[in-house]
Design a protein around this ligand. Structure first.
Ligand SMILES: Nc1nc2c(c(=O)[nH]1)N[C@H]1C(S)=C(S)[C@@H](COP(=O)(O)OP(=O)(O)OC[C@H]3O[C@@H](n4cnc5c(=O)[nH]c(N)nc54)[C@H](O)[C@@H]3O)O[C@H]1N2
Ligand SMILES: Nc1nc2c(c(=O)[nH]1)N[C@H]1C(S)=C(S)[C@@H](COP(=O)(O)OP(=O)(O)OC[C@H]3O[C@@H](n4cnc5c(=O)[nH]c(N)nc54)[C@H](O)[C@@H]3O)O[C@H]1N2
Ligand code: SF4
Ligand SMILES: [Mo]
Length: 668
């Protein structure tokens, strides 16, 4: 049988958004590799995706719709036809709408696929239905709020600029796991003489690339940034010319915040010495073109938006933006490349409906009234594993009166609680349009293989549900490709000059950001707004983290072997990950009489989770680390890490606070 090679795109929630080359034999993907012509992928994939064919053709793929036959959570189902599944769903929903109103129905989706069309496919349907709306804030809205407070709509620094930098700071990002292709650029910068700093709360694999590793107390980075800026000003290392021409409010910032913020205070909060902080300021201030890559780790705290906002001030003070290679990359803002409104169709909403924060799903399912949530429709997300306060989420999902439908590729922890499960296509089986959030590339994908089993794409399923509910708008009958053609026919300045035929052929093309984007700031005043009169706190300042009440601060960071709860279907990756470890400093373990390899329980007010203990000096005292999100079936106990994380929100943006939790640990 002949091998065909087809282009596709990595659909996962990763800033790199790699280009793929898929080898197809007889309708099956047999090999997936990186596209050598993709400017960021450069022909190699991460260790998760270089065996993507094993995910796509995994024996665990769902192949037919399923109907629950046992108690919720026990994953007992029998196969049913699509006709029966759609009839059951629409009958139940019509009843709920008649009895309680459509707001009793809640969609829940997030990042299983990042393709714009499939990802947002449910919005028009649920708007037309009049369902409750979901505030999709589980990831990094606090980081966005921090960036926007100063920089408005200014695009993030192009990742290739790092090649021109002489000081690269990887701040709150474990790029070896979450942004591997960026590290290619960082290595090249290093080869050209740049120094690399890593600022984190424990020694991650990314520390290997750093010349210096600075470990801070979790949630204290705002204090570090403020103290560095105070030193920069005190040592006359601020760029007065840049401040005068491009920055608003430095004087107020100095008078009201920086002048009163001592190095000693920052040392107490961060755990770094005052001498170290001052030296960091001197090195940063003297660097020719310092480049900060800001991760989202430090934004997932009750002070997260303010922490990010404070760090975003640093390049403004030293005028780094004016230098080739200098500035800060929090994320690329390529959103304007497409008219997202044509996909989400807010205009289908007859009247604004209530909005439920996705970080508070547990509360919504157990305590909401007027009306209570009576039906939950989950697609491309796994809230039983990824949402905070797992005990409350599972309590809600266990409700006998909650009608839950889950559209999935695998029988996840969430699907185990469904009344009806629908089988979903993988990215190789449907069309989509992608834009990256760590580069300026966009790409179009067409199906490389036919659907596995009876699986259907998000867009197809919402078309069928619309028909079953009697929604007649022709929009619901449009195919994904028709919608993509429509989106591409609408003008957008970011797409000016792109090679449309390259895009249509499946190749990645780069958006053209304005050449003066680092000097013409897209804020109300046209300047970087250290002082921003339009936000609640006019100036950045130090906000404390959540203090918690238990002795260890719990880091629940991503790792290389999974992506949130995705890829847990893969035996090879789980084996390389080892087991669900809790990593702890040997001195802390000794004080508690705990030993490497034993079963321990981490606990707090919210719950208790069993881990295997791993002792390592890479984790500082008073911190414990649980990397990756495990499926319950693979846990040593009956809960995974999010039974320890709270539904508290960030200071701005309504974000999650996954890293701002404390626990105690004992032998299990
Ligand atoms: N392999 C893999 N890749 C992924 C993911 C994954 O799960 N696995 N997740 C994807 C998703 S959805 C996203 S949003 C991104 C995640 O991207 P990021 O949120 O940027 O995640 P990380 O790169 O792990 O960065 C988090 C880092 O912040 C550190 N950290 C936590 N608290 C603090 C703090 O107070 N101060 C400092 N300085 N550091 C702190 C953590 O220890 C961790 O190393 O990655 C995406 N890519
Ligand atoms: N403790 C802790 N919890 C976290 C985080 C953390 O750092 N620590 N990170 C948080 C972050 S940043 C994020 S973004 C969230 C992400 O949380 P989620 O958005 O829930 O992401 P995944 O866990 O990857 O689950 C996505 C699911 O979508 C399914 N899927 C994939 N493609 C499709 C498709 O085309 N259609 C359908 N219907 N299904 C599909 C996959 O099989 C998978 O089960 O997790 C958050 N949870
Ligand atoms: S690095 Fe990220 S975008 Fe690239 S293949 Fe891996 S998960 Fe996908
Ligand atoms: Mo995320």
């Amino acid at each position: 049988m002949a091998t065909e090679v087809k282009r596709s795109v990595c659909p996962y929630d990763c800033p790199d958004t790699c280009g793929l080359l898929v080898e197809v034999v007889d309708g099956r993907a047999v090999k997936v590799g990186g596209d050598p012509e993709h400017p960021f992928t450069r022909g190699f994939l991460c260790n998760k995706m270089n065996r993507y064919a094993d995910t796509v053709h995994s024996p665990g793929r769902l192949k037919t719709p399923l109907l629950r036959t046992g108690p919720k959570g026990t994953a007992q189902f029998r196969p049913i036809s699509w006709e029966e599944a759609l009839a059951r769903i629409s009958t139940r929903w019509k009843q709920i709408v008649a009895d309680s109103g459509a707001e009793a129905i809640l969609p829940y989706s997030y990042a299983g696929t990042m393709g714009l069309v499939q990802r947002n496919a449910g919005h028009p349907f649920f708007h037309r239905l009049g369902a409750s709306r979901l505030d999709r804030t589980i990831c990094s809205p606090a980081k966005d709020a921090g960036w926007k407070a100063l920089m408005g709509e200014t695009p993030g620094l192009h990742p290739d600029e790092v090649l021109e930098s002489d000081l690269v700071i990887l701040w709150g990002i474990n790029a070896a796991a979450t942004n591997v292709h960026f590290l290619h650029n960082v290595r090249e910068a290093k080869r050209r003489g740049a120094k690399v700093w890593v600022i984190d709360t424990y020694e991650t694999p990314t520390a290997e690339i750093g010349d210096r590793l600075f470990l801070v107390s979790p949630g204290s980075d705002g204090a570090l940034a403020l103290a560095m800026m105070r030193s920069l000003a005190a040592e006359n290392l601020v760029d007065r010319n840049f401040l005068a021409n491009h920055v608003q409010g430095f004087e107020e910032f100095w008078n009201e915040v920086l002048s009163g913020f001592s190095l000693e205070e920052a040392a107490r909060l961060t755990g770094l010495s005052a001498k170290t902080i001052r030296q960091m300021a001197l090195d940063y201030g003297k660097a020719r073109a310092p480049f900060i890559r800001l991760g989202s780790g430090l934004s997932r705290y009750t002070n997260g938006a303010m922490t990010c906002r404070t760090i975003v001030c640093l390049p403004a003070l030293v005028g780094a933006w004016a230098k080739k290679g200098g500035g800060l990359l929090a994320g690329t803002s390529s959103g304007g490349a497409f008219s997202i409104g044509e996909i989400t169709r807010e205009d289908f909403m007859a009247a604004p409906t209530r909005i439920i924060n996705m970080n508070q799903l547990g509360l919504a399912l157990t305590q909401m009234d007027n009306p209570p949530v009576l039906s939950l429709y989950v697609y491309h997300s796994n809230p039983a594993a990824v949402a905070p306060d797992q005990n409350q989420v599972l309590k809600g999902l266990s409700r006998e009166d909650l009608f839950t439908v889950v559209h999935e590729r695998f029988l996840t922890d969430t699907a185990a609680y469904a009344d009806i499960v629908l089988p979903a296509t993988s990215s190789l089986e449907h069309s989509d349009l992608y834009r990256a959030y760590g580069t300026y590339c966009i790409q179009r994908a067409r199906p490389a293989i036919p659907p596995v089993g009876e699986s259907k794409s998000n867009r197809e399923v919402f078309g069928l549900l619309a028909e079953a509910m009697g929604f007649s708008d022709p929009f619901f009958r449009q195919s994904a490709d028709e919608l993509i053609e429509h989106l591409l026919s609408l003008p957008a300045s970011l797409r000016n000059g792109i090679d449309r035929s390259a895009l249509d052929s499946g190749k990645a093309v780069e958006l053209a950001i304005a050449s003066d984007y680092k000097i013409r700031f897209l804020t109300e005043s046209g300047r970087i707004e250290l002082l921003n009169p339009r936000v609640r706190e006019n100036l950045p300042r130090y906000l404390p983290r959540n203090e918690g009440g238990f002795p260890f601060r719990l880091m629940t960071a991503p790792n290389r072997y999974c992506l949130n709860s995705s890829f847990r279907e893969r035996d090879d990756l789980r084996q390389r990950d080892g087991a669900m470890y809790l990593r702890m400093n040997p001195t802390d373990a000794k004080a508690k009489g705990l030993h490497d390899g034993e079963r321990v329980a981490a606990f707090n007010d919210l719950g208790e989770v069993t881990f295997l203990l791993r002792l390592t000096a890479k984790v500082p005292q008073s911190v414990v680390v649980a990397e990756g999100i495990w499926w319950l079936a693979h846990c040593p106990g009956d809960r995974s890490v999010n039974a320890l994380t709270s539904q508290r929100l960030t200071d701005d943006g309504g974000g999650s606070t996954f890293y701002d939790n404390t626990v105690d640990v004992r032998r299990a």
